[in-house]
Design a protein. Structure first.
Length: 163
C-alpha cells in the first residue's frame, strides 16, 4: 500500500500510541527503541509524519546525533505540504537549545504555511487565543530576544497583557 504524503492515513490513536510509546522508551533510556517507533510513525504520512519527524529530530539532538537530527529537519522543511503545528514544535525546540535564528526560521515557516482559515481567526472575537496569534507571539518573543526591529507580523500580534 502506498501512502499519500499529503494526508494522514491513520486515526490519531495509532500516532498517539506510537509517540507515547516512543516517549516512554526515551525516558527509560532506550533511544534505539524510541527511534524505531518514531520511524513507524513517520511512515503514516501527512501531518503525522511531520510530528514524528519533529520528535525524532528532538530525540537525535538529545543523544548527540546532530547530523541525523538536521536531516530530519531538512525533510520536515522540504516535504510538501509543510504543516504549521509541527514547525512550531521545532521552533520551540530550537529556542530551548538557544538556537534563536533557527527558531525564528521555523516560526516564519509555520506562519507562511498557516492555512487561511487559521489566519482569518485573527479578525474574530477570540483572536488573542487563536493558533495564529500564538505563533505570532512566540515569533515576536524570539525576534525581541534577537534585538530585531518590528515587522508586519510583529505588528499583527495581539498581546495578552492588553486584554
Amino acid at each position: 500500500m502506498t501512502m499519500d504524503p499529503t494526508s494522514s492515513n491513520t486515526d490519531d490513536g495509532l500516532l498517539d500510541s506510537l509517540l507515547e510509546a516512543a516517549h516512554r522508551h526515551r525516558l527509560n533510556g532506550k533511544p534505539d527503541r524510541a527511534l524505531t517507533l518514531l520511524h513507524q510513525a513517520i511512515s503514516l504520512g501527512g501531518e503525522d509524519r511531520a510530528y514524528a519527524r519533529a520528535t525524532t529530530a528532538d530525540l537525535l539532538f538529545s543523544i548527540g546525533e546532530v547530523e541525523g537530527a538536521r536531516e530530519q529537519l531538512h525533510f520536515l522543511r522540504t516535504e510538501t505540504p509543510v504543516w504549521s503545528a509541527p514547525c512550531q514544535l521545532v521552533a520551540e525546540m530550537a529556542g530551548d537549545r538557544g538556537e534563536l535564528p533557527e527558531a525564528l526560521s521555523w516560526y516564519d515557516l509555520a506562519l507562511a504555511n498557516l492555512p487561511e482559515e487559521d489566519m482569518a481567526e485573527m479578525d474574530g472575537p477570540n483572536a488573542g487565543y487563536c493558533f495564529a496569534n500564538s505563533l505570532l507571539n512566540a515569533r515576536n518573543r524570539v525576534r525581541r530576544a534577537m534585538d530585531r526591529p518590528l515587522d508586519d507580523w510583529d505588528n499583527m500580534t495581539i498581546d495578552f497583557k492588553d486584554r
